[in-house]
Design a protein around this ligand. Structure first.
Ligand code: AP5
Length: 209
């Protein structure tokens, strides 16, 4: 299965992608995680991307597309993958098609802006393996430590209130039109917020049947 997960920042794409990945045994390809890894490694691409990420804008296509193309060419993506955070604009969706990448389903996680702000304010993230936690709805077993790989959990630089607002604006203006783009192709499914991560997973699996 080749799946695209759409949704506002903080809609739960990373959270649900982990669970879909386990169930269907396909990897998650998160352009946000790839970019954060490049920033942490101090690569030239990472340094160019950082200012866009910190301001809540989209990173220029030429930087993101090369990262994505390299990642989906890897062996573990042969039997399918979940794209989390790509495409993020109609232009990126067209680029994916130009690359010859076909997609089976596009699942949009539908969450209100109000709930998004509450979620992102409590998020903790693992930079090493990409796992995501929330101080109330999904706390790690040991505070500040990733359950999966034992690395330290961080608050992302772009989870400040003013940046969250800008990311939401970017989502509504540039990413949300993708629902129309994929809706016209007949492959769009909507998963409405059921409020807890587990209830959302049940809804997600229902929509993927
Ligand atoms: P990216 O990393 O993709 O961030 P995002 O889309 O803003 O999404 P998030 O990772 O913030 O949220 P999520 O939906 O994964 O939610 P999560 O599961 O963590 O991108 C970051 C930046 O990189 C962009 O701003 C841009 O600059 C750049 N970028 C990336 N891709 C790009 C591209 N293709 N083109 C250009 N630029 C690009 O959940 C959030 C929190 O809520 C967690 O704490 C979680 O535990 C909690 N939670 C989840 N579900 C629930 C629930 N049901 N109830 C309560 N809490 C919940």
């Amino acid at each position: 299965m080749r799946l695209i997960l759409l949704g506002a920042p903080g809609a739960g794409k990373g959270t649900q992608a982990e669970r879909i990945s386990e169930k269907y045994n396909i990897p998650t390809v998160s352009t946000g995680n790839l970019l954060r890894a490049a920033v942490a490694a101090g690569t030239e691409l990472g340094m160019k991307a950082k200012s866009y990420m910190d301001s809540g804008s989209l990173v220029p296509d030429e930087l993101v597309v090369s990262l994505l193309a390299e990642r989906i060419a890897e062996d573990d993506c042969k039997n399918g993958f979940i794209l989390d955070g790509f495409p993020r604009s109609v232009r990126q969706a067209e680029v994916l098609e130009e690359m010859g990448v076909t997609v089976d389903k596009v699942l949009s996680l539908e969450v209100t802006d109000e709930n998004i702000i509450a979620r992102l304010a409590g998020r903790r993230a693992c930079l090493k393996c990409g796992a995501t936690y929330h101080i109330e709805s999904k706390p790690p077993v040991k505070e500040g430590v990733c359950d999966k790989c034992g690395a330290e959990l961080i608050i992302r630089d772009d989870d400040k209130v003013e940046t969250i607002q800008k990311r939401l604006e970017t989502f509504h203006s540039q990413t949300e039109p993708l629902k129309d783009f994929y809706g016209k192709k007949g492959i769009l499914r909507l998963a409405y917020d059921q409020f807890t991560p587990d209830a959302n997973t049940a809804e997600v699996f229902k929509q993927l049947q």
